[in-house]
Design a protein around this ligand. Structure first.
Ligand code: F0G
Length: 362
């Protein structure tokens, strides 16, 4: 064990972070100090417009409310805590952006060196700014995420640097806590869960979490799981690797998911399915969430809602609860948001001109 500093002050009764909240379900020694930023406990937002549209009680699990703005923090608190427990001094990951942001933040907190491999030009600005600001060594390669993942797997096998991609089992352990939170809040599992799928770690985590919570008597049922990929990056729909994945949802621009078999098993065993949605459908869903629900998520996250709108005419649990997971914050990718929105109106600094502009804008 290293000497990771534990604050001597407390924050009252409310557990701080997912390890404090769910320690009994996590593979940690009882005395391991948690490296935490207070992740988890994210809002389950009732989606009023979507509920009417789909005929279900729809909730949005808003994972953007995690400290670095995505669900990755749940897994990263576990992966970094374990890395410290094991005496590691450095961590490495491949990333489409969010994993690198989260790894950089938690590594900074624990005093570990962090190296991130990212696909050149295909990572949203918010995510890049986080990795850099937290002091990670950021290396952009002239290749996609799948190749970057091969590289970091190889490096971590040969060198004293811990892999914190979701191949790391502790990432899955941490991320399963979102399923626990949903059950704790609803009183049981929802009838259906809808979730975007990229490298397939998160769908694997939720399915594990729901099963464990049912086995331990906290839930009576399991949800049907629907997973959604982007149409240009849909290996699990096609049943084969996609060599050159392409999508506006850069977070899930992945052609060879590391946990693909587990994702397919989760969908199959739950009575669900993995399907795909086009970039246009993803962006439309992102705008609808922002403009009808007031909820801003990044494009990859909107795939979960795009899929419900596209395929929801058949198979939805009408009248029952449905949770769509919104994995990351819209602010992660401001460029994609601005490009698809109404242009800003320019106006002279003159009161009458401003009033006229307002009137003309309708
Ligand atoms: N949504 C967002 C916002 C993501 O960043 C990711 C994955 C996913 C969904 C898909 O989750 O890979 O567990 O199936 N982002 C990874 C990254 C690949 O590097 O940040 P998954």
């Amino acid at each position: 064990m290293t000497d990771y500093p534990v604050p001597s002050y407390t924050l009252g009764e409310r557990p701080f972070g997912v390890i404090a909240r769910y320690r009994e379900y996590l593979p940690l020694k009882p005395d391991t100090p948690a490296v935490t930023l207070g992740e988890g406990d994210t809002p389950l937002v009732p989606a009023l417009w979507l509920s009417q549209e789909l005929g279900c009680r729809v909730f949005l699990k808003y994972e953007a409310a995690n400290p670095t703005g995505s669900f990755k923090d749940r897994g990263m608190t576990m992966a970094i805590t374990k890395a410290v427990e094991d005496g590691a001094t450095a961590v490495i990951c491949a990333s489409t952006g969010n994993t690198s942001a989260s790894a950089a933040a938690y590594a900074a907190r624990a005093g570990l060196r962090c190296v991130v491999l990212i696909p050149e030009g295909k990572i949203a600005m918010g995510k890049l700014s986080q990795a850099l600001m937290h002091g990670a060594v950021a290396i952009a390669i002239d290749g996609n995420f799948d190749l970057a993942l091969e590289f970091v797997k190889d490096i971590s096998e040969r060198r004293a640097i811990t892999l914190v991609n979701s191949l790391n089992p502790y990432r899955i352990e941490g991320q399963k806590t979102s399923a626990f939170e949903i059950v704790d809040r609803l009183g049981d599992a929802p009838a259906m869960l809808s979730i975007p799928v990229g490298n397939a770690g998160n769908i694997t985590s939720y399915w594990k979490g729901f099963r464990e919570y049912k086995d331990s008597g906290n839930a009576q049922r399991l949800p049907v799981v629907w997973g959604f990929q982007a149409a240009g990056a849909n290996p699990l729909v096609r049943g084969e690797v996609v060599k050159n994945p392409e999508t506006v949802a850069t977070a899930i621009r992945i052609g060879n998911p590391a946990r693909g078999d587990e994702a397919l098993a989760a969908a199959r065993d739950s009575g669900g399915v993995i399907r795909d949605v086009t970039d246009a459908e993803i962006l439309a869903a992102q705008r609808l969430l922002a403009q009808k629900e007031g909820v801003f998520c990044e494009p990859a996250s909107a795939a979960s809602v795009a899929g419900l709108l596209k395929y929801g005419s058949k198979g939805l649990p009408k009248g029952d609860t449905l949770v769509a997971v919104l994995t990351g914050h819209g602010l992660k990718d401001p460029q994609t948001a601005i490009e698809q929105s109404q242009p800003i109106l320019h106006c002279r600094a003159d009161l009458e001109a401003v009033e006229e502009t307002i009137a003309n804008a309708g």
